[in-house]
Design a protein around this ligand. Structure first.
Ligand code: SF4
Ligand code: SF4
Length: 198
């Protein structure tokens, strides 16, 4: 279980090193501020987000970075992770920072549009694009996509394929796992917190 970040008692860099999941925790300490991560970062090319300076803030213990809206431009492509000469992963540093922001209740606006992904896993046992994105996708991709999307079962049936959703048994299994690990509680908490703020 990951402990909550407490600004009064925990060092930001120490906390992030401890909670990084898959890259080398010591990589963060080896950052030489070369800026290669920023030079390859697609998000940095189209926003003010800067993974190198995000890492610098962490190493300097500047907790204001947790509230920096720019950290939400990262979309976890892991390019920085692959290129860093110090085995650091700005991508995963970003993930822990966002997690702290979620725990602090300051990330609702970034999370609410995506809660439908969680609902899809809970209710259908599979990820699916939430309906709130449909109008924009229809506009971007066009009517052919919409036609395909709304007749997917017919297309699969015509091709002799099983329905796209998993079996009832699999749905119950996935849902049980997500409930037991606290996933459902978490998304409900975010939703309720957002409603209370409205
Ligand atoms: S995280 Fe890696 S690539 Fe980015 S500035 Fe530090 S050492 Fe360079
Ligand atoms: S994972 Fe995030 S920080 Fe790293 S290169 Fe991709 S968008 Fe940039």
């Amino acid at each position: 279980m990951v402990e909550k970040f407490r600004e009064d008692s925990l060092d930001l860099e120490e906390y992030i090193s401890h909670n990084i999941k898959s890259s080398k925790p010591k990589g963060l300490l080896k950052c030489v501020q070369c800026g290669m991560c920023t030079s390859v970062c697609p998000a940095a090319q189209h926003s003010n987000y800067n993974p190198r300076s995000m890492v610098e803030c962490v190493l300097e213990g500047d907790t204001a970075v947790i509230e920096d809206e720019d950290i939400w431009y990262c979309f976890y492509c892991y390019t920085c992770h692959s290129i860093c000469p110090a085995d650091n992963s700005p991508c995963e540093v970003n993930q822990v920072l966002r997690q702290i922001a979620v725990d602090k209740g300051i990330a609702d606006d970034h999370l609410i549009p995506f809660l439908g992904f969680g609902d899809s896993f809970l209710n259908h046992g599979i990820g699916g694009i939430p309906e709130n994105f449909f109008p924009e996708m229809k506009e971007d991709i066009g009517d052919d996509w919409w036609d395909f999307k709304t007749h997917l079962d017919d297309v699969r049936n015509h091709l002799g394929l099983d329905p796209v959703f998993p079996s009832e048994e699999a749905i119950v299994e996935v849902s049980t796992i997500l409930k037991s690990c606290g996933f459902e509680d978490r998304i409900n908490k975010i939703r309720n917190h957002h409603k209370d703020e409205d």
